[in-house]
Design a protein around this ligand. Structure first.
Ligand code: SAM
Length: 200
């Protein structure tokens, strides 16, 4: 999907598409980490960026959908937190090298070479001691989970993400269960790739 497709998807939704609550793995992995400088790549409507900013992080949030970024700005303003918003394509946007304590990539699904490029630049943007958190729909979702893109080529595996993070220390790389409540109240598990790695 290009930025116009994403804009149309966001504009068609009367409310926030991804909610105003941070992703559970982002909370799990970053809830106890002292704040620093963060970049959220493909930040969408900003649920994670705004949560981080509320915890004292200095956050740059990048997404190529102007509609999503406008919603992110509104959410940040409603919470009274500062976020540096940028409308840009993360496959092309330069990142300051060795400048960030955290790079977050949540549910960004691209052709493998494009995603590897984004992850490679995110890795180079980390300061020594910085970390990258990557969360996305796992390929196993196609057979054993729910939701997310149905194209195996753009789904993640822990191995495919780790392969793009050469030189970092992998702290977590797994397929994790994320319970999703259905409209009828029943719960099913979505399967997410979760990878956390730190700059030595
Ligand atoms: C599934 S949403 C996830 C949003 C957010 N990370 C979250 O977890 O709530 C995927 C986002 O990726 C953005 N996106 C996709 N390709 C992109 C690209 N090449 N550059 C910037 N943003 C992109 C879309 O606009 C969309 O907001």
């Amino acid at each position: 999907m290009d930025s116009a497709d994403w804009d149309a998807r966001y504009a068609a939704a009367p409310e926030l598409v991804w909610s105003d609550q941070p992703n559970r793995f982002v909370v799990e992995e970053l809830g106890d980490v002292p704040p620093g400088r963060a970049v959220d790549l493909a930040a969408g409507e900003g649920r994670n960026a705004v949560w981080l900013a509320g915890r004292g992080w200095q956050v740059t949030a990048v997404d190529f959908s102007p509609v999503a970024v406008a919603r992110g700005r509104e959410l940040a303003a409603a919470r009274g937190v500062p976020v540096d918003w940028r409308v840009a394509d993360v496959t092309a946007e330069p990142l300051e090298p060795a400048a960030y304590d955290l790079a977050l990539v949540a549910y960004l699904h691209l052709p493998p070479a494009d995603l590897a490029g984004v992850l490679g630049r995110a890795r180079e943007a980390l300061r020594p001691g910085g970390r990258i958190v990557v969360v996305g729909h796992d390929r196993a979702n196609l057979t054993d989970g729910v939701g997310g893109p149905q194209d195996a080529a753009i789904l993640l595996t822990p191995e495919s993400v780790v392969a793009a993070l050469d030189g970092l220390r992998v702290a977590r790389a797994e397929t994790a269960r994320r319970p999703v409540v259905r409209p009828d109240g029943s719960t099913v598990d979505a399967l997410d790739t979760v990878v956390v790695a730190t700059h030595p």
